[in-house]
Design a protein around this ligand. Structure first.
Ligand SMILES: NC(=O)c1ccc[n+]([C@@H]2O[C@H](COP(=O)([O-])OP(=O)(O)OC[C@H]3O[C@@H](n4cnc5c(N)ncnc54)[C@H](OP(=O)(O)O)[C@@H]3O)[C@@H](O)[C@H]2O)c1
Length: 334
């Protein structure tokens, strides 16, 4: 392995440009474990980094890709041996550290998760950070006593990666799920029903209201959008319901009052997938590989692309046009 292919983002004056280029191991950020990458995948954050829409990387050039699965090539940490199948999600890959959109990665041992029994390397990236984050939302909401009898779970951005997996996870726990989507095509409708959505709500037809609290409709929510959609959810979640705040695809602002929190006991739960206590990370991956594993996982992956097609796919993600998850095939099953 003298040189290998990597999708690196460079800063060129005030712009960020992604280039597929040959690099060497010595170009990568430090870490104990070298991994031959089998698959990576595309999350919203990858799309922001690769299109240059936002500054995701603290310094550049930096290999993009917040997730990877693959096989250990060499390890200075005794917990890992050549040939071990592993996955890495978050842990600052593709941000502070070089990431997974390359033929090889070098990562801190602390970031490495042994591939749990029940998942293939491909399935690990079918889930990726999106699936892990949906699992984190489920875990935090259940811990805070969310129960099916409280009413339907509203999931925003439901045709995206986090939303798709969240639908399957909450359905499997016996919840009724309402998908609040901006897509009104028959294909999106069919996709959401296939995942198990009980109700499909056109986001653009919602009356967002203006009062601190409006008629309560949702037992709880998983929000991928932020902005006025999250504001709406705070007004309409029922007493003691939880809102897992995951994303900002619509905006980072939240314009609300304390009323839902002090008069309805609503909880706003922060969902963060990058720096996670290791025991939680391992537990969530174990569940995703076993009793939480989506039966529809193969259908959630709507595209498997080579590294060369990543920039075009990232533009689609930013445009909000993509359905489901995109897996990037690098070395493939090894
Ligand atoms: N907290 C964390 O650790 C964490 C982890 C993963 C992701 N995230 C965040 O969660 C969000 C979803 O991530 P993802 O990977 O699932 O992204 P994704 O696959 O690109 O899906 C995002 C979905 O949001 C909707 N959407 C996209 N652009 C929009 C816009 N401008 N206005 C309104 N809706 C829009 C679309 O769904 P519909 O068309 O169905 O409405 C889209 O499919 C992102 O903001 C991401 O940064 C956070």
């Amino acid at each position: 392995m003298s040189t290998f292919k990597a999708l690196r983002v460079h800063q060129v004056e005030k712009t960020f440009q992604a280039r597929l280029e040959p690099i060497q191991l010595s170009d990568l950020s430090a870490g104990e474990v070298v991994i031959r990458v089998a698959y990576s995948c595309l999350n919203y954050k990858d799309a922001l980094a690769v299109t240059g829409k936002s500054r995701i990387m603290r310094s550049m050039p930096r290999v993009a890709g917040i997730d990877l699965s693959g096989v250990v090539e060499s390890s200075a940490d005794p917990h890992y041996r050549p040939g071990d199948k592993v996955l890495v999600t978050g842990c600052n890959l593709g941000e502070l550290l070089d990431g997974g959109l390359a033929e090889f990665a070098r990562v801190p041992a602390e970031a490495v998760v042994p591939l749990p029994a029940g998942l293939s390397l491909f399935e690990a990236m079918a889930l990726g950070t999106a699936g892990f984050t949906a699992g984190m939302a489920l875990r935090r909401m259940l811990e805070n006593h969310q129960a099916p009898e409280h009413g339907p779970i509203a999931i925003t951005g439901p045709t995206g990666g986090v939303g798709s997996v969240a639908i399957t996870l909450f359905k499997r726990q016996g919840f009724t799920v309402s998908a609040i989507t901006g897509k009104t095509t028959p294909a999106a409708d069919e996709y959401l029903r296939m995942l198990g959505a009980d109700e499909i709500v056109d986001r653009n037809s919602l009356d967002l209201g203006s009062k601190p609290m409006e008629t309560a409709r949702w037992g709880g929510a998983v929000d991928n959008l932020g902005g006025e959609t999250l504001t709406y959810l705070t007004r309409t979640v029922k007493p003691w319901g939880n809102i897992g705040s995951v994303g900002l695809a619509q905006g980072h602002q939240l314009n609300t009052t304390v009323m839902p929190f002090i008069l309805r006991g609503v909880s706003l739960l922060g969902i963060h997938s990058v720096e996670v206590p290791r025991p939680w990370r391992l537990q969530i991956w174990e569940r995703l590989a076993s009793d939480w594993k989506p039966q529809q996982l193969a259908k959630i992956v709507t595209r498997t692309v080579p590294l060369e097609e990543v920039p075009a796919m990232c533009a689609e993600l930013i445009a909000g046009k993509a359905l489901g998850r995109t897996v990037v095939r690098i070395g493939g099953e090894l």
